[in-house]
Design a protein around this ligand. Structure first.
Ligand code: 5AD
Ligand code: FES
Length: 347
């Protein structure tokens, strides 16, 4: 198996059947080898510097009904909230003071904010913080809308493809959503000039090893600047309430493989990873991730942005959360940096 890992390291990809072998037959010893290779590649590009993104979860209203997600519109138990422009700006102000130079505006697909309003929010942040990156995570929109948001000052966009396989996609989403349109959105974003992030959940219901390989190869061919993966975690008020959560080790293996396939990509150790294991984010970094995304949302709304059960960091203030992560990273030899943390193409 180690020769397969060496091949992956050298060629930055593998054949489908080789990836299946890697995912299904990897031993504990091979995992150690894989993680250390992946970490060495991340160290090559980023050293011991970990980029931070301030996550502002500004609305948990959503018009969609994804079967896995706790803020799906059919969940009548969700306690809905929206932050207005002033509240969003005050999160940015607090975040800037704490050293964040990237703000991620994430929300459900909430049409209460008109397109003009979103443009106004983005351009206001752009003018107030010219040295910061603005990342949007607002779901599927038209080419025109993406373009105008980009022109208003947004730099990056996160839109996970969730699963590259259309049949699997249709098992996770109601018929209105399709893998095809999701991918179209991703290509639109890229064409416009955004740094684009995509990714998937590990261990989502009905996922097969073949599906995971399709995800890896889709990502390889799409060449995103950012890759976010985390375990699926069930939410009690969704159709997937009784499905088991995704596994820590498989998630770490996939992070490491993604690092070897996409050496300079920005890969976060996600909150979901920190939720299924108390040291999940540290383990993610040691398997090749190089980004963390502490929460900047007001404490009063955090519990309400509940995509899955038992989410961590819902009681802590932004400063506490950043400090906590700083200490966690320091313990494993890494430091959080005050930096936009843009994607750098390989020269
Ligand atoms: N478990 C883990 N991740 C989830 N997401 C949504 N619901 C869940 C869940 N139950 C992820 C999706 C989405 C991102 C914002 O959060 O991949 O793209
Ligand atoms: Fe939020 Fe530890 S990172 S409390």
């Amino acid at each position: 198996m180690q020769s397969l890992i060496d091949k992956l390291h050298k060629e930055k990809t593998l054949q489908k059947d080789e990836l299946i072998t890697l995912l299904t037959s990897i031993t504990e010893e091979d995992k150690k080898y894989l993680f250390s290779k992946a970490r060495a590649v991340a160290d090559e590009f980023f050293g011991n510097r970990i980029y931070v993104r301030g996550l502002i979860e500004f609305t948990n209203y959503c018009k969609n009904d994804c079967y896995y997600c706790g803020i799906r519109k059919s969940n009548l138990n969700a306690d809905r909230y929206r932050l207005n422009k002033e509240e969003i700006l005050s999160c940015c102000e607090q975040g800037y003071g704490l050293g964040f130079r990237t703000f991620v505006l994430q929300g459900g697909e909430d049409l209460w904010y008109s397109h003009e309003e979103m443009l106004d929010i983005v351009s206001t942040i752009r003018n107030a913080y010219p040295d910061c990156a603005i990342t949007l995570s607002l779901g599927e929109k038209t080419y025109e809308e993406y373009l105008e948001l980009y022109k208003a000052g947004a730099n990056r966009y996160l839109l996970r493809h969730e699963t590259a396989n259309p049949d699997h996609y249709s098992k996770l989403h109601p018929p209105r959503l399709s893998a095809e349109n999701r991918k179209k959105c991703l290509y639109d974003l890229k064409e416009i000039g955004y740094q684009v992030g995509t990714g998937f959940m590990v261990g989502s219901p009905y996922q097969t090893t073949e599906n995971l390989v399709e995800d890896l190869l889709f990502i390889k061919s799409f060449e995103p600047q950012m890759i976010g993966i985390g375990p699926f975690i069930s939410h009690k008020d969704t159709p997937f309430a009784t499905f088991p959560s995704g596994q820590l080790d498989l998630t770490l293996v996939l992070i490491a493989i993604l690092r070897l396939m996409n050496p300079n990509a920005l890969i976060p150790a996600t909150t979901a990873l920190g939720t299924i294991d108390p040291n999940g984010r540290e383990k993610g970094i040691l398997a090749g991730a190089n980004v963390v995304m502490p929460n900047l949302s007001p404490v009063g709304v955090r519990k309400k942005y509940s995509l899955y059960d038992n989410k961590i960091c819902t009681g802590e203030e932004a400063a506490e959360c950043r400090m906590c992560l700083q200490n966690r990273m320091k313990k494993i030899g890494y430091e959080l940096v005050v930096d936009r943390g843009d994607f750098c193409p390989i020269k």
